[in-house]
Design a protein around this ligand. Structure first.
Ligand code: SAM
Ligand code: SF4
Length: 354
């Protein structure tokens, strides 16, 4: 109830706004607000990018081990009721999950979800982009590590570049916005393509982010020898364009781990995600749900909490929300990808969805 009072001199004091019910927030024990959930919907993929998967593929979950679409929807709803505002569908390759469209539609309709997005290798995007938009998806992230068909084939172990480029085009045509392109930069493989990728992004209206390779997907030594630090990526762009890179603050696109830079005054822009050379843990705002229903609190740690078992045992909503809150409270302070615990299992990205 609001009460309008009238002061002695007769001017009316505007009524006090009714108090808005405070929205719930998920906060970990280090005071970080966790509002972003990455949901892996499948561990399957058509590619075997060598930084992500072994040549022979990974041990795939049996269908009954995967969360069903209804289970994913219920869990995501519970997460949003705890304070998650942004959700990204990932994998494996999320477009391989059967009935992904009804899932997108169900999640897009969740009243507390402010943003739904999807990470894809774009191989099937030409076929699906307009359906995704029709079902409520607004934005997409696409992995593209090379513009050279041979290099692309080498990185993905046999993948074809042409349908991926067609997928990017279809995403733009369908009105997905923004379309972000992520390139994992690797010494001796694709680092010479950094300037070409900046040009490609600028010409096509894409938001480009360079990603430092993380020692997660393959035995550590290979990824370490290919590691290109963020500073080198930055210097390469600066040298090529002969322009200074100025960091945009606040970050130009979203509040994730990427730092964004403007290339001169009119020369486009780019982002860099550096998990290793510049720790981003203090600003971490995310947790991950695997396709088998485990909540992963940190990409570079082993801690995980099973949510599928209680779900299948019939746990009610409030105890499940409580389990989510308690799990998030235990999120570790920082990852250990820089060698302090060298036993991060290989091929972890495939399960966690990046
Ligand atoms: N298949 C989809 C794709 O490729 O976009 C979604 C899943 S993929 C695991 C998600 C992201 O993780 C991709 O951008 C990929 O480049 C990134 N990724 C996988 N392994 C990585 C690694 N070892 N270091 C850095 N990024 C990695
Ligand atoms: Fe598949 Fe994406 Fe991993 Fe490449 S990075 S193997 S496309 S899941």
């Amino acid at each position: 109830m609001t009460i309008a009072t009238e002061p002695a001199n007769g001017t009316e004091i505007p009524p006090v706004a009714p108090s808005v019910e405070a929205l719930p927030q998920l906060v970990d024990s280090f005071g970080r607000r966790i509002h972003y959930l990455r949901v892996s919907v499948t561990d399957r993929c058509q590619f075997r990018c060598f930084y992500c998967r072994p040549p022979g593929g990974i041990d795939l979950a049996e269908h009954r081990e995967l969360l069903t679409l209804e289970e994913i929807t219920r869990l995501v709803r519970l997460f949003t009721e705890c304070g998650i505002e942004r959700v990204r569908l990932t994998g494996g390759e999320p477009l391989l999950r059967r009935n992904i469209m009804p899932l997108v539609a169900a999640l897009a309709a969740l009243p507390r979800l402010r943003e739904l997005s999807l990470s894809t290798n774009a191989l099937m995007l030409a076929r699906y982009a307009s359906d995704l938009v029709a079902n409520g998806l607004k934005r997409v992230n696409i992995s593209l590590d090379s513009l050279n068909p041979e290099t692309f084939r080498e990185i993905t172990r046999g993948g074809d570049l042409a349908p991926v480029l067609a997928g990017i085009e279809a995403a733009l045509r369908a009105g997905l916005h923004p379309v972000k392109v992520n390139m994992v930069v690797m010494k001796g493989i694709n680092e010479t393509e950094i300037p070409a990728m900046v040009e490609f992004a600028r010409e096509n209206g894409l938001i480009l982010r360079f990603i430092e390779t993380m020692p997660i997907g393959e035995p550590g030594q290979d990824s370490i020898s290919r590691f290109v630090p963020a500073e080198v990526i930055r210097e390469t762009v600066q040298r090529h364009f002969g322009r200074e890179l100025r960091e945009t603050r606040p970050p130009a696109h979203g509040n994730g781990p990427a730092r964004y830079f403007r290339i001169g005054s009119s020369g486009g822009e780019m982002g860099i995600i550096s998990a290793l050379s510049q720790h981003f843990c203090e600003g971490c705002n995310r947790v991950r749900l695997t396709s088998r229903g485990r909540l992963v609190l940190c990409l570079g740690r082993e801690d995980r909490v099973d949510l599928k078992a209680p779900l299948r045992e019939g746990m009610e909503d409030e105890p499940l929300r409580q389990r989510i809150r308690e799990a998030v409270a235990k999120k570790p302070e920082r990852h250990r990808l820089d060698g302090e615990t060298p036993n991060i299992p290989p091929h972890r990205m495939s399960a966690l969805g990046g």
